[in-house]
Design a protein around this ligand. Structure first.
Ligand code: FE2
Length: 629
């Protein structure tokens, strides 16, 4: 007779416990135990409980390979879901085996768990285990079949805002230090430039070495700004001239809000890094084709003309940021990574264990977004000038141009030529976090893959990257995304980029939405008049008649506020309360990663103490592990 001691941990969540019958079967190299019900006096499997049981076998089972967990009806009680955290088995000789579970069991079913030691397919030779991997993935692919892109009162008030100050009223419910700062400084050129570096869309700027022909700016036009002794040509040569080009908006469909047509511009905004180290706008052309109907607006124009031109750029920023930088490049891409991870990698796979925490809630939040924001007549239709059809156009065009270089922060910064701009906190904090993730991922990859050949031979890993290439990037070679992984280095880079984009990049483009958007003129979601074709015509009234109506503004601010709320059970970057890795080496790597992030946080907080407007979106404790809102 051999006695195995079984310790079962139920998750501490609401409704995590079950009254259903739970049984186990232990499978070892020398045989398997009878299926045995886990039953003690009193309540079993309550939320947050740890319970101990005994399983008796006629003889020892050898090394434990699998644990079958069965959930079945108990008497007349209705079925309920169970969140099993983990199961720990002590063999007769005292050997401990941890079986991480960390999943809900719904309905009556049997699942098979592997011991916590992560193994790639190349490290499994027993037919039983190979068969287990295959069956697990078949079941998951059946489950995750499709990868699809798939404040009341004022909300009913139509018409223009009567005066700018009225917009403050809707900010009262939720003011932040940054939203107040934005309201005070939104008109200033320096703050307009600042937002390209440290606002919610810090990925737009490109350094220019020469002016594009579609933006015919002469030195005379900008000479009053550059000052004596400086000319446009020299500043181009010095790498001090930058462009934000909203070409993607040139042919976007536009729709009606409140029964009235809305308008979109496709601006070119030229910026200058001045000798004081501040980035300021030099010139704005509101369409992609120069001509007499498309004046180039300058800071030397009338205040209202210049403010309206900047507000048009802010509207373009809103559209490109929300649809592409935020929704497409974090939410939807991270959904594709989550789907491929769930479909192609078994529970015991080291890359599954590494990535799973970075997919938490992503499918759920995107499903909710599809049902409430992106649905026909949903919030996107109510709030934005381009509506749902425009959003689909922007995302498909954006995806067709998105590259692996855009996806990898160090490459993106280098290609955009923005490595030397001072006070670019997004870049500085982002690079530190990238390096910390890279070093952590290198350790994990180095532990499980001892050579490039071991990467190449992992058929599950190759199926995973192949599915991402085919489904997320539609098999487009020019995207530069890998279709297969040949070296440890390629694997490290790909995983680093995935974890960075699921966590830090999403925080950088998500968390400041309310801060920067609550003062509506700084991020208008729609424009009600066409872009101006002449100078000297803008007044306060025409300005207010161009901004969104009252109800559109309120809907939008409600949206901003909702999407800036992180879940209450936040899991900051690098925290892994579910212990999927049970070996010593990866657990040590996690601890080192956490220490490194803590040091980055201390450095950021120290830097922020000296700033009029602190930049905290990439402070590690404030970064969620995954796209969850
Ligand atoms: Fe988000």
């Amino acid at each position: 007779m051999a006695l195995y001691r079984v310790r079962v941990t139920t998750g501490p969540y609401l409704m995590a416990g079950t009254l259903d019958n739970i049984s186990v079967t232990l499978v070892g190299t020398c045989g398997e135990s009878p299926k045995q019900r886990l039953d003690r006096m009193g309540r079993d499997f309550a939320s947050g409980s740890v319970q101990k049981y005994k399983v008796r076998c006629s003889e020892e089972l050898g090394e434990l390979l699998l644990l079958r967990l069965h959930k079945e009806r108990y008497a007349f009680f209705p079925q309920d879901s169970w969140y099993c955290s983990s199961i720990c088995i002590t063999a007769p000789d005292g050997t401990l085996s941890h079986f991480p579970c960390y999943q809900w069991m719904e309905g009556y079913c049997t699942i098979e768990l592997r011991p916590g030691t992560a193994r790639t397919i190349c490290q499994d030779s027993l037919p039983l285990l190979l068969d287990h991997r295959k069956r697990e993935l078949q079941a998951r692919q059946e489950c995750y079949r499709s990868l699809g892109m798939k404040l009341r009162g004022l909300l009913d008030r139509r018409g223009s805002w009567k005066k700018l100050d009225d917009i403050r009223n809707i900010m009262r419910c939720h003011k932040t230090l940054t939203s107040e700062y934005v309201r005070e400084h939104w008109c200033e050129d320096q703050f307009f430039g600042y937002q390209y570096l440290n606002g919610v869309n810090p990925v737009m700027l490109h350094c220019l070495s020469s002016l594009p022909s579609k933006l015919p700016i002469t030195n005379d036009m900008v000479a009053p700004l550059l000052g004596p002794g400086t000319c446009l040509q020299t500043e181009l040569e010095r790498g001090n001239i930058f462009l934000a080009d909203y070409w993607i908006l040139a042919e976007v469909p536009v729709h009606c809000i409140n029964g009235r047509p809305q308008y979109v511009a496709a601006p070119l905004c030229l910026l200058w890094l001045n000798p004081q180290g501040a980035l300021v706008p030099l010139a704005i052309q509101l369409c992609q084709t120069p001509g007499p109907d498309s004046p180039i607006f300058l800071p030397t124009d009338t205040d209202w003309d210049w403010l309206l031109a900047k507000t048009w750029v802010r509207n373009s920023e809103f559209l490109v940021h929300e649809n592409n930088t935020h929704f497409l490049c974090t939410h939807l891409l991270c959904e594709a990574f989550a789907m491929a991870t769930l479909r192609q990698l078994p529970l015991c796979h080291p890359i599954y264990k590494l990535l799973l925490p970075h997919t938490r809630y992503t499918l759920q939040v995107n499903t909710i977004a599809r049902a409430t924001l992106l649905n026909p007549e949903g919030l996107v239709d109510k709030v934005t000038s381009i509506g749902r059809q425009g959003l689909l156009y922007l995302m498909s065009t954006g995806l067709a141009h998105f590259t692996y270089t855009n996806f990898c922060l160090p490459d993106s910064l280098r290609t955009r030529g923005v490595l030397d701009i001072p006070n670019y906190h997004y870049r500085d904090d982002g690079l530190k976090i990238w390096a910390a993730i890279e070093s952590f991922v290198s350790e994990i990859v180095g532990y499980y893959y001892t050579s490039d050949a071991s990467v190449q031979q992992d058929s599950e890993l190759q199926a995973w990257v192949g599915e991402i290439f085919a489904q997320a990037f539609l098999g487009r070679e020019s995207s530069g995304f890998p279709r297969q992984l040949c070296t440890q280095g390629e694997l490290v880079k790909f995983l680093t980029a995935i974890i960075f984009n699921c966590s830090a990049q999403h925080a950088a483009v998500n968390s400041g939405q309310h801060d920067f958007g609550a003062w509506m003129p700084n991020a208008p979601s729609s424009m009600r008049q066409p872009p101006p074709q002449t100078k000297g015509t803008t007044t306060l009234k025409s300005y207010l008649d161009t901004l969104p109506e009252v109800n559109t503004t309120c809907n939008n601010i409600l949206l901003f506020w909702l999407v800036s709320q992180e879940p209450k059970d936040q899991r900051p970057l690098g925290t892994y309360p579910d212990e999927h890795f049970t070996e010593e080496a990866p657990r040590r790597s996690i601890a080192v990663f956490q220490n490194r992030l803590a040091q980055i946080s201390r450095d950021i907080r120290e830097r922020n103490r000296g700033l009029a407007l602190p930049y905290a979106y990439l402070d590690p404790p404030l970064i969620e592990n995954s796209v969850s809102i």
